[in-house]
Structure formats: structure tokens, C-alpha cells
Design a protein around this ligand. Structure first.
Ligand code: SF4
Length: 467
């Protein structure tokens, strides 16, 4: 942890807040800010850090993008995420024309792509600030630079070893929080842009992680999600010699933490030690997200995934054998270059054999700069669409059947909020990550309650609080 850097950023927060105060005087009200998150849990956690700093320097956080400061925390895993950002920037420009004090900022993975930054510099002159994934800790300093500058501020760095913690964060939920345990990825799956935009893997020191969770626990957090692109390789490169399973055991000992989740696991690095720790734990949630991506050995090899279909199936079987009530979910990609109908049959075969509780199925998106983008055998769109539908159908059938197995059982749910569509209901999350809706009011939010899962509705339950 770099304390000197954190101190410096606190100084910039003071300087930036003077500008926000001045703006408040001009506007005759508290200036508003809106943080918009695209993409994964890592980005969601980063957005909490951005929100914390905005609040600290005097902005009021709101959900509307018609605000005095709007920041898009972007994702670039799929091309349509990039297109969405360009489209929405047009809307922001409309707001800015009516509010000349408005500032617009962009950060996150998409900003690590040179072509995206060039396009914004050339065609989106109304953007005030651009930065990437490696210098998010400098947000206060960048805001200050933006306030004193007449032109677009762009600060993109290619890599950075600094891990700066202890800056303000504004959590979305008071009772649960993500905790970064590592940054970046070394795996270079051939379709994936993450190692290029997030940089090489680096683990945080276990002592820093534990201290952060202890602090969160004192602050009322009971559920934590340990975050990393590949948590199973946590600890590599640290001098103390610690594995992810050992880190989990240490986290388990922290008073006040009742639930532990983690994301994401690479099948090639999932150890027997981890399965044992999970099996013996009361706190580690009964949910494992284990991205499959494809079922054909030929495609898995071309993807550089480093496991075979049989190895994946055997691993899932061992996990279910040791932890019978676990829910296994996955990611499946359809349409990787060279994928044939027969390859997709192999993927469907894995879905049938493993019986996933749910799967995020998506179409391969060509990302410039990755090895897969340069492969000549890109699959035609109509073929991909047909295969996608076949996989999705099988995934949905399997998931419905799997969800049924808990119907009628009583389980513990952590109540996350009032139901969005029916205010007489609250929504709780089960240890296996499924949702249950049941009668209740907002005083249950953040509490653990026993719920009878009366009716399975496919991907969620309708239930009843049990006294
Ligand atoms: S493990 Fe593969 S898919 Fe996941 S972030 Fe790393 S390179 Fe991308």
C-alpha cells in the first residue's frame, strides 16, 4: 500500500472541493454527480471508489445522468459495450448544452484502447476527462487538473505497480461489499482483451486484505465478495507464500463476516485445497462460478484455456461430490473462430453432464488486438445465432430443473432490498446466489432471515418468511 500516494490524493481532494464549493455558490445548490458502471464486478467496485471521492469533494450522488458531473466507468470485453458508450455520449452532450457547468469523464477498460481514446479526442470534444484502469487512485488529482485546465485532460498509463488503498469509497449496499484481492490477469485467453487493458496479475498483501475486511465488518458489512480476474492464482508473486484457499481460511476467522463469495475462478487453477476449504466452511457461500467457455477440446486449445472437456467435467463432479448443495454457474461463449456445429454439440454435452445451475451465454465478440481477432476462420453470423439459440435452450432447461431441487426447502436469505416491481415484497439472496421474493418491508434490509422457498419460478423463488 502506498500511504504517501494516499496522503497526496487527500490533498487533491481538498483542492478539488474548493472548486466544487465555488460551483455550489454559482449554482445556488449542491452540485450533483452520477457514476455509471458498465461491465463486471471489478468495475462495480471501482465505481464505489469513484463515488466515494466525488462525495468527499462535495458532490451529491444521484442516479440521473442529467447531472453536473457524469463519469462512465467503461467496459470493453464486448464491442457492443463500446458502441453503447458512444451512443450515450451523444445524450450527455445534449445535457451539457443546457448546463454549461457540466463535466463529463470517461474511465475504465475501454479507455486503455488507443483507438477508443483517439476517436473520443477527435469526435467528442465535449468530454473533459479521460483516464484508464491503472490510475483510478488518482481520480481526485485528475478532477483537480480538469478544473484548472481549458482542454480535455487525458491520462492513460500502460501499467502501474502501485496499489493505493484507504481512499474514500461509497458502497452501494451498507451490508455487503466487494474487496479486490488482486488486479490484472496473466492468462491471455486468445479472445480476451483484459490482460491488455488491466495489465499483468498482481496480488495484494494478505495483511492489507484482512485489515480492509475487518474495517468493513466493523462498519456493518456481513457479506464480502473477494474479487480478481483469476482468484485461484492469488498469492503468486507474493513473498509470504500464500494460496487463495489459505486466504479464504484467514478471512473466515474475521468476526462479523457471515458470508464469503469470490469471483472469478479459472478451472485450470482450482485446487483440491480450495475444494476442501469450501467443503468445511460455514461461511463460504454454496456458489461457484466456473467459466467453461467451450466444450470442444479443439476450441478450448485455440482459446488457450489450458484444460480439456474431460478435465472440466471431472473437476465439476469432484466439487459436487464434496459439496453436494453447491450451485455451479458458468460462462459459455458461442462463435469463437473456427467453431463448428460439432464443437457446439460438445459444449451442449458439457451443459447436460455438469448440470449448471445457470450459465451466462454470449456470442463471441471480436476484440482488436487479441490473437483471435486475427484468426481467419471467423464464423458467419447466422451460424453463430443458430448455435447460440441451441446452447441457450439447453442451459435454460437445465437451470430450471436445477432450481426446482430447492423448492419447498427453508433457507437463509440476506435481504438486499424492496422488490422493484412490488413494494409489499422484499428480495433476498440465498447462499447459492439465487433470489427469493417474499412479503416484508424495508426494515428487513441487511438482515438474514429464514425463508421457505414455496414456489420455484425458474430462475427465482417466491417464498415466505419463517418465524
Ligand atoms: S482468465 Fe482469460 S478470460 Fe479471464 S480475464 Fe484472464 S485472459 Fe480474460
Amino acid at each position: 500500500m502506498s500511504n504517501r500516494e494516499a496522503d497526496l490524493q487527500f490533498e487533491y481532494m481538498e483542492k478539488a472541493s474548493a472548486f466544487v464549493d465555488e460551483l455550489a455558490n454559482t449554482l445556488g445548490r449542491i452540485p450533483t454527480a452520477c457514476v455509471v458502471t458498465f461491465g463486471c464486478q471489478m468495475n462495480a467496485r471501482d465505481s464505489e471508489k469513484l463515488s466515494g471521492i466525488l462525495k468527499k469533494i462535495g458532490y451529491e450522488l444521484i442516479d440521473s445522468e442529467n447531472a453536473d458531473f457524469v463519469i462512465y466507468n467503461t467496459c470493453t470485453v464486448r464491442d457492443n459495450a463500446n458502441q453503447k458508450v458512444y451512443g450515450r455520449l451523444g445524450v450527455l452532450n445534449g445535457y451539457k448544452k443546457k448546463n454549461p457547468h457540466m463535466k463529463i469523464a470517461l474511465c475504465g477498460c475501454m479507455m486503455q484502447e488507443t483507438s477508443a481514446v483517439e476517436r473520443i479526442r477527435e469526435s467528442y470534444h465535449f468530454v473533459d476527462l479521460i483516464f484508464g484502469t491503472h490510475n483510478i487512485y488518482k481520480f481526485a488529482e485528475l478532477i483537480y487538473t480538469m478544473f484548472v485546465s481549458d482542454s480535455m485532460v487525458v491520462d492513460i498509463v500502460d501499467g502501474n505497480d502501485k496499489i493505493v488503498e484507504e481512499l474514500p469509497t461509497e458502497r452501494k449496499y451498507p451490508f455487503k461489499s466487494g474487496v479486490n484481492i488482486m488486479y490484472g490477469c496473466n492468462n491471455f485467453c486468445t479472445y480476451c482483451i483484459v490482460p491488455y487493458v488491466r495489465g499483468r496479475e498482481k496480488s495484494r498483501e494478505p495483511g492489507d486484505i484482512i485489515r480492509e475486511i475487518e474495517k468493513l465488518s466493523k462498519d456493518g458489512v456481513t457479506e464480502i465478495m473477494l474479487l480478481g480476474q483469476n482468484v485461484n492464482s492469488y498469492g503468486r508473486g507474493l513473498s509470504g507464500g500464500i494460496t487463495f484457499a489459505q486466504l479464504l481460511s484467514e478471512v473466515e476467522r474475521i468476526d462479523g463476516i457471515r458470508r464469503i463469495r469470490f469471483m472469478t475462478s479459472h478451472p485450470k487453477d482450482l485446487s483440491e485445497e480450495l475444494i476442501s476449504v469450501m467443503a468445511g466452511s460455514d461461511k463460504i457461500c454454496r456458489h461457484l462460478h466456473l467459466p467453461l467457455q467451450a466444450g470442444s477440446d479443439r476450441i478450448l486449445k485455440a482459446m488457450n484455456r489450458n484444460y480439456s472437456k474431460e478435465k472440466y467435467i471431472a473437476l465439476a463432479a469432484r466439487i459436487k461430490d464434496r459439496i453436494p448443495d453447491i450451485s455451479i454457474t458458468t460462462d459459455i461463449m458461442v462463435g469463437f473462430p473456427g467453431e463448428t456445429d460439432k464443437d457446439v454439440d460438445e459444449t451442449i454435452d458439457v451443459v447436460r453432464k455438469v448440470q449448471f445451475d445457470n450459465a451466462f451465454t454470449f456470442i463471441y465478440s471480436k476484440r482488436n488486438g487479441t490473437p483471435a481477432a486475427a484468426m481467419e476462420n471467423q464464423v458467419e453470423e447466422n451460424v453463430v445465432k443458430e448455435n447460440f439459440d441451441r446452447v441457450l435452450k439447453c442451459v435454460q432447461e437445465t437451470a430450471r430443473m436445477r432450481a426446482k431441487r430447492f423448492e419447498g426447502r427453508t433457507m437463509e436469505a440476506l435481504v438486499e432490498g424492496v422488490n422493484e416491481n412490488d413494494s409489499t415484497l422484499v428480495t433476498g439472496r440465498l447462499s447459492n446466489n439465487m433470489l427469493v421474493h417474499f412479503e416484508g418491508s424495508n426494515e428487513l434490509i441487511g438482515r438474514y432471515v429464514k425463508v421457505s422457498l414455496d414456489e420455484c419460478k425458474g430462475f427465482y423463488y417466491l417464498g415466505r418468511k419463517v418465524f
